[in-house]
Structures are given as structure tokens and as C-alpha cells.
Ligand binder design. Structure first.
Ligand SMILES: [Mg+2]
Length: 195
């Protein structure tokens, strides 16, 4: 079970390009989204309402201008030979079709589920459907903690694709294995799943 934004997709870089076209500037100063969006040349951050509007508008675009995280496609393709891969994204529902298109066009022809909020219960439901081991990959600590709580048998991996976010991302390597490189992560998942 694999997240999309900042795991398979370089979301922040794509969103940065988009808000730039809308006259806003991203300054990555903290592990947050809207508190990093400034009116250029000022110390004024975007309002939550306007930030949310931009976020929804970005996902509603027919084409998602987001780059693939290096190594992600090859790593999943290799795992897909022996494992079932499901994409779990919290993208807005309005972005369902463009998100599926992005996944397909970038070499991720896997089932996709859109959720909202912490992912633990959905992961627990899916893990209950299979006999073998399962793994979960996400960039966000709250999702990883939620899975640890709701589905403790699922192997958890934290991956943060954007190099700029890596030092800022809340992490808990004692609870969830942290690997930010897809070559290494793919191998670690295969080992943990006994593939
Ligand atoms: Mg994510």
C-alpha cells in the first residue's frame, strides 16, 4: 500500500510551479503547506481559505504537472511481479480522474483508492483481506502512526521524496523504518515481505 504525494510524486515541486503561476511564492521553512506560501516580497502568508482553494484547483486540473520521484516506478514494477500493489492517496475527490491519469501515464498501473484522514483503518481493512505480509509506505508520520495503531502487523516505511523536506519531516525511525531512496526502499520492502 503506497501513498502518492512525496512518495511516488514530487508534489511540492509541482505545487510550487502551480502557485508561482498564480502569483504566490513557496518558501520551504517548515513541514507544512500553507504556512510556507507567501505573497512575493512580503512576510504575508496565504490565508487557509485561499491556500485550500489553490490546493483544490491544482488537483482539479486535467493534467497534474508533477514529476515522478526518482526510482519509484522501477521499484514498484519490480515488487509488482510478486506483490499486489494498491495506491492509497488522500488527494481531493475532484482530482480522481487526473490522479489516475497521472499514475497510468507515469508507469503506475495499479489500483487506486482515495481516502481522507489517517490511513490506519483503511490499511487494516485491506490487510485483513490477505493472508500474507503487507507493507505501507507514506511520508506523513500521522498516517504511519495510525497504521501502527490500527494494523500493527503491517510493515511500515517512511519515505520523503523532496530533498528539501527531508530534514524537516517529523520522523520516528524507532517505530517506522525511514528510507528516502527508492532503490534502497524497494529492496527493504522485498526483504520484509519475504519476496
Ligand atoms: Mg503523501
Amino acid at each position: 500500500m503506497v501513498d502518492v504525494d512525496e512518495v511516488l510524486a514530487m508534489f511540492m515541486r509541482g505545487f510550487e510551479r502551480f502557485i508561482g503561476q498564480q502569483g504566490w511564492e513557496l518558501r520551504l521553512e517548515r513541514f507544512a503547506l500553507f504556512q510556507n506560501i507567501y505573497r512575493p516580497g512580503t512576510d504575508e502568508t496565504i490565508s487557509m481559505v485561499e491556500g485550500r482553494r489553490l490546493f483544490d484547483a491544482f488537483f482539479a486540473l486535467e493534467r497534474h504537472d508533477i514529476d515522478v520521484a526518482p526510482g519509484a516506478q522501477a521499484a514498484l514494477e519490480s515488487l509488482a511481479g510478486q506483490a499486489n500493489i494498491v495506491i492509497l492517496t488522500n488527494a481531493p475527490e475532484a482530482g480522481r480522474a487526473p490522479r489516475m491519469r497521472w499514475l497510468r501515464e507515469n508507469g503506475f498501473p495499479y489500483e487506486m483508492l482515495i481516502g481522507s484522514g489517517p490511513k490506519g483503518s483503511l490499511v487494516a481493512d485491506m490487510a485483513a483481506l490477505i493472508d500474507g505480509p503487507a507493507a505501507f509506505v507514506d511520508d506523513l508520520l500521522p498516517n504511519l502512526d495510525s497504521v501502527a495503531f490500527e494494523a500493527p502487523g503491517v510493515h511500515r516505511f517512511q519515505m520523503v521524496a523532496d530533498e528539501r523536506l527531508r530534514p524537516m519531516a517529523p520522523t520516528a525511525p524507532e517505530r517506522h523504518c525511514r528510507i528516502d531512496d527508492w532503490d534502497e526502499l524497494g529492496a527493504a520492502i522485498a526483504t520484509r515481505l519475504g519476496l
